[in-house]
Design a protein around this ligand. Sequence first.
Ligand SMILES: O=C(O)CCC(=O)C(=O)O
Length: 311
Amino acid sequence: MPFTAIPFLENAGLKWDQEELNPDPQVDAQIKFFAKEGYLVLPKAIPETDVDSLVATLKAQHEGKTYEQWRRVQDAWREITLVKQIACDRKILTLLEILYQRKPIPFQTLNFSLGSEQKIHSDCIHFSAKPERYMCGVWVALEDIDENNGPLIYYPESHTLPIVTMEDLGIDGSKTPLNYEAYRLYENYIEDMLVGLKLKPLSLDIKKGDALIWSANLLHGGAPIRDKTKTRFSQVTHYYFDNCLYYTPLFSNTFQGKLFYRQIVDIETGTPVANKYLNQNSGNFITNSNLPRRGLHLLRNWLKLERDSGY
Ligand SMILES: O=C(O)CCC(=O)C(=O)O
């Protein structure tokens, strides 16, 4: 397999039909599907008993609150063993390592009780890496999903599109206030792009315990909830891969090297992971130019925003 700085699956020069990418024909087919479509569905990825027990634990933990009040819980892996267990599921980690040829690092979990209704986006605006595209999401259904409870929607093959950055919108991310105002412009841009390119979405109709992997730049979001009485229990785990530099493009100006670094923690080990660039440790400092002026107060605000918004 040729070495490339980007994930080998994202190498447009690879001749899918002519190369055996894995000796196991089923895995070989999975790799090729993921490379072409940018996503992969894994039926029965997580045992039903674990899923039921996790939903019961989440409900017990939020007793007395409406689902709306805990629609999205970030990083529950710190308190709930089953969340961590799903994030670190050995079979999923092994497959991710095959797909990316690097060790996967689960670094964030989101547990939803209701559909997110989140606008279409690529995770590359929130979680990027250098080399780029070393990131993916794994979405696990904690109950049966259909068109009524706000399923995940996603755009096959959209991962091959260029990555949209804040610079593309004429915005210097390193100077924008650390809030999500500029993000709305990004969402509008993507909305226009979907119309302009006539991209066709799929809606994720899967059963409890099934999962879907999306690649870094695959466009996705949450469909409107048609039946407001329905829950949509699900868990997303976001993964980076080792030996990369991790940062948030939304608050960066990459061309000028002003990167808003992320200090990620490996959920498996509970320890921080060093940012690395070309095999060397890189700084973990934050270079958004708003910070010196408003200092720690702003940083705290941003961290809270990040927590509340799921990023
Ligand atoms: O679960 C959803 O509806 C969307 C989740 C999502 O977009 C994300 O975690 O990046």
